[in-house]
Design a protein around this ligand. Sequence first.
Ligand code: BGC
Length: 390
Amino acid sequence: MTVPPPGAFSHTAQIDRQALVAGSIELIERLQDPTGAYPASPTFSAYAGYSWFRDGAFIADAMSSAGRVASAERFFDWCAGVIVSRSAQIGRIAAAAQAGRPLADSEMLPTRFTFDGRDGDDDWWDFQLDGYGTWIWAVGAHVARHNADPGRWAEAIGLTLDYLAASWQRPCFDWWEEHSEHVHISTLGCLVAGARAAAALPVLGAEHRQVAETLAGEIDAAIAARGVSAAGLGRAPHLVKWVGSSAVDASLAAVVGVMDVVPAASALGLATISAIETDLAVDGGVHRFVDDTYFGGGQWPLLSCFLGLAQLRAGDRGRAEQLLDWAGATVDADGAMPEQVEDHLLAPDRLEEWVTRWGPSARPLLWSHAMYIRLAVDLGRPSAREEHSA
Ligand code: BGC
């Protein structure tokens, strides 16, 4: 898809960028619930009142990267409380898996919770594993960044590892809460990131450290064996959407980018970035996957930022700047960023049904603001080369 030339953005964009980062931090802090939960979107009918581990972990990581230590830690405290309160359920899940009689998807942990940590009363596409890896990854990144003491999250991290060890091979819903019949490679990537982070934490007991190391190794090997497209399909092998697919999904940008599970500058990382650019990016706006029909299948600013983080790590700072500024241009007059925009729809005839069902798509979406912060923070840092020559 079309890519604008590098260097197309001016100093003015830089000034707006700082204001949008500040406004985004303020918005997230203002909307964080007293319990520590980050609402996905305060006003959108289908999300209001719920906090997701996936969105929240990336929001916490962004706040941590922007120096908002207390906000990030309040979210980790909330996650830990939710998980520890479900230790009996995790014990049942682990015992059933061990006995070779795994529990049904409906008995697994949910993907989103009310702010006070309950499942909530609304049906949802609930069995999703990625967030349980992502929250541990975010804790690990926070601990490394701020030299924080992870001791008070250790019990919950151990329980999360028990849960993942019992369930990582199961098909489940993906980042987009779709296709529960598949094993999704970006989900596996989140689990590797979480397991690696756990293994590096000094506060886990020897047994859980071993669980973390084994998990990281086994899932990494599964990605290498089953998560890469075949050679000879007309382009270099890249990470794929799910086991058996040859398509790409934009969530894979997180796996090769900010979570660094596959190094962005490796052959596999570069091929994955290139496939996302070719198949899913239109200017700086990134679609989730080619068959997306949700709200007509628009472009997601948070995915522009994930791709920008991957491009920055791969060494293409100019493209990362373009992607950030495309995302920034989706903000409205009230300073709110949306989940997606409708400028370029993959399935225009599917927009109306969602608007009728749930109203206009989510705005503000805190995860969009968070990814904008996260990429802006990284772009604000001098590159290693600039540091060296300074
Ligand atoms: C997205 C999820 C997200 C949720 C809350 C859904 O539409 O597919 O990735 O976690 O909204 O933001």
